[in-house]
Design a protein around this ligand. Structure first.
Ligand SMILES: Nc1nc2c(c(=O)[nH]1)N[C@H]1C(S)=C(S)[C@@H](COP(=O)(O)O)O[C@H]1N2
Ligand SMILES: [Mo]
Length: 199
């Protein structure tokens, strides 16, 4: 993952070196959704972050007034496709979490439509995660999670919840939807953390 300021645009990349084990390249942008695509109008859209002692809420307008970052990054789906150098614009989770003091180490991401996925807060902090609202110079389409989706590109793409609605911090790393169904709790593609191992 890289910021555009560090950008590789124009440099030729050795593609095989950029691919985590078991992945293959695609130039398309497949749509993977478990259910129907929710249509959330920006007038009714809100983002909420709740911890045991705070609740923060941003309207679309308030969200758009936050500092925006351009992100150029590779993405890796657990079904084995990877896409290199995708370009997004979004708001860093560092900005959003700045006003949410908590001793909890984990968080559950909740989407419009009911999708959930768990994260360690450490995976969302430190310039590694964004709420993205633009892809390749255009507003994010509903199929790809518009108006806004979570983007956590250093983990498998199922961790990047589309149609993000909010986060609830949690003391324990309780699993989200796919994690409850056998997917790995963290999902690092470089370690091939695809499925949970039951011993
Ligand atoms: N809300 C929601 N988010 C989701 C999903 C989903 O079904 N619902 N699918 C996940 C999976 S498995 C992948 S690979 C990516 C797919 O994103 P895309 O459709 O933009 O390629 O979204 C992830 N986020
Ligand atoms: Mo996926």
């Amino acid at each position: 993952m890289s910021d555009t300021t560090r950008g590789f645009v124009g440099r030729r990349r050795d593609r095989s070196d950029d691919l985590p084990p078991g992945q293959h390249l695609t130039d398309r942008f497949p749509v993977l959704s478990t259910g129907p695509t929710p249509r959330v109008r920006t007038e009714e859209w809100e983002l909420i972050i709740r911890s045991s002692d705070t609740s923060m809420r941003w309207s679309w307008q308030e969200f758009m007034d936050l500092r925006v970052t351009t992100i150029v990054t590779d993405i890796h789906c657990v079904t084995s496709w990877s896409k290199l150098g995708t370009r997004w614009r979004g708001v860093s989770l560092d900005v959003l979490l700045a006003d949410v003091p908590t001793t909890d180490r984990y968080v559950m991401a909740h989407s419009y439509g009911g999708y959930t996925t768990n994260h360690a807060l450490d995976d969302l902090r430190g310039g590694k995660a964004w709420i993205a609202f633009e892809y390749d110079g255009r507003p994010l389409t509903p199929e790809h999670g518009g108006p806004a989706r979570l983007l956590v590109p250093h983990l498998y793409f199922w961790k990047s919840a589309k149609w993000i609605h909010g986060f609830v911090t949690q003391e324990r790393n309780d699993p989200g939807l796919w994690e409850r169904n056998g997917y790995h709790l963290r999902g690092d593609p470089w370690r091939e953390e695809r499925y949970a191992r039951w011993s």
